[in-house]
Design a protein around this ligand. Sequence first.
Ligand code: FES
Ligand SMILES: [Fe+2]
Length: 443
Amino acid sequence: MSDEVLRQLDTLELKDQALNGSISGKSKKDVEHKTSIKPSNQLSSGLLGWYAACSSRELKEGTIHLFSMFNEPLVLYRGKDSQARCIKDLCPHRGASFLDGEVKNGELVCPYHGARFSSKGECTNLDRITCQHIVDTNYNNYAKKIHLYQYPCIERDGYIYIYYNGNAKTNLNEFEINSSLDDTLAESYGFLPSEYEFEEVVVDFKCDWARIIENHLDILHIFWVHGDTIPDKDVSRKVITSFNQAITRESRQIESKYNHKDPEKGEFITIKFIPPGRIMIYKGSPDTARYVQVLDHIPLAQNRSRVIVRHYRRFLKNKIFTKIFMFKNLQQRIFYKVFAEDYNILKTQTFNQQMGYIEKDNVKLLGEDKMVQYYWDWLQSALIKDNPWGLHPTTPTTNTVHLDRPMKYPPENPTLAIRNDQSIMLKLLIRALIPIGLLFLLI
Ligand code: FES
Ligand SMILES: [Fe+2]
């Protein structure tokens, strides 16, 4: 584990726990026993563990980022020294949400009675929410009781990673961390993000989380669904092809290499699934690839999922050039279009799955679906082992306050895509007007 991660863990007092997923206060044997219960497919990680939950760019100082994991509402914010914190969205005074709360000088403020919480989660203005006699006689005891419920949280490579196990604690030292963050980081797979520039979009879907992962592991649909959108002559409906597939399963990843059947054409693409929620796509090897796509999948709730998509590139690194060519806007335009193309399929496929139609014998996985099959194998055993949807279950009578909130990003909310298109049009117009203006000046 790198120094930077250790330093951040140090401040969270979790360093001795997170190294290689070891557990504080337990013998190595206990740990080995716990982690040796692997699903049959060999991947050691289940559905609980480290997730890239938010991009660093999204988590602005002084703001509250509400999201959820497996139905449980959570909050991300920057506490003292800008350090990212992840807490359960529940004020320990009377159970209000921090929606409409604020962050002041690194302290989280509850919107109901104004309780303030330090970066460590302690209430710092108990005198505001309790009677004077408690303040006078029993202050310390009460201050300890009123404490935020937290999850371990580490910022790295421009992502906010959280360790999610569905059981937030007032004391981070009590966490049992059973998987190593290193196994999620791209650098552990030979890819150094610092050597690349990247474009990023975040997309929200009202559909099942696993269906999106499946979609990103599925190369067959790329030709058919995205053939007109992805700017690559080898990707089109006309050239739908099959590949020689070399697929491997190891303890921390499933990797599939797709080679063109024509040896002269070489490798088409490599896809890596890193549980629980990360996918990397590249050509060649990750350390030399010109272009690496990293997709992080966040299981917000049943029927609600978020994906952080990053395209890292070694080319066009000159910022002025990329500005002139509107590279960022044009890339975003492609991303938004690609995800919009998938959206109806994912929503209806989710329905079919929930109705029990996508069952063995009803659907037939074919040769090229091997990656999906391996993912299903892992998912099935991980769902049984971790039961993440059973940790914070909702019922038909549960208040839908969170589900009623609009989802933030395209394709569910097309505003950002429209704004991006308008920005492209405006920039094109300005570029067209400049030479005309210069001509006028010369005349
Ligand atoms: S519920 Fe948060 S301060 Fe009272
Ligand atoms: Fe797709």
